[in-house]
Design a binder for this molecule. Sequence first.
Ligand code: R5P
Length: 302
Amino acid sequence: MSAPLFLALPGNQSMAERLAALAGGDVGALESRDFPDGETYLCLPADLAGRSVVLVSTLAHPNGKFLPLVFAADAARELGASRIGLVAPYLCYMRQDARFKPGEAVTSRHFASLISHHFDWLVTLDPHLHRYKSLDEIYSIPTRAAHAAPALAKWIRDHVQDPFLIGPDEESAQWVSGVARAAGADYCVLKKQRLGDRDVRVAPEGLKPLGARTPVLVDDIISSGKTAQQAIKAIAPFSHRPPVVLAVHGVFSDGADTALERAGAQLVTTNTVVHPSNRIDIAEFLAPPARELANPGKELTT
Ligand code: R5P
């Protein structure tokens, strides 16, 4: 059996190379460009017959990435790939996990169904699981969700003196409690009310004066950045130290990174989405499940 072949969608080359090195795979070239009318041209390695192919694409701001991704998957299948997997370090369309008002599309389910149709397996990191307990509730293909908590905790241990961890809302409790445990730090969870996509209120419930401790705000995703901004405001009366804002996925829409830095925050993210704030490499968590699913039940000869 040959080693799996990792192919990077645009912007994912360095992650694909890291994964291939860690998983004992090869890296192939996927050529992609836009025609003048905005349609996508793709060219994959021609010799895919019998190969296990792993497409690597993070899925922040996903709409423009989706068609090229499924074209690549379908082309790989036509070219004879025996198995086609997706490593999406950041998995999109996880937040609309219920129909909150009649007529709404539950896009998490629709997206899962589309990916399950085009791919044989999926590996991601810390997907936003809130009302779903696991990806298996919506994905019909084998999935693995790796976790960044040990790496976040290590970063805190190595870089923050006397940290106090803060989750901005109840949904973050699952991340912040695990990271706090592993970092040996105390934590609390604030109370958030979401009034709109870019309108949130955060109350400093449970927060006491932090003294010399450094506030470390921990969340899974920063999107508009409004949650983190409001949390920073809520923390300010309790701390005279600049906060660290630590997120697994730094999506940073609407210039959220600039706004947070202006508010005095030190931004730290993992490299699931490429950004200057990336300080934590998570490839080591994605490579083992990718290796397992790319070659189920087989020992690789690499
Ligand atoms: C809550 O649902 C998530 O854990 C994040 O707090 C949220 O996605 C952040 O979104 P934004 O940056 O747009 O406030």
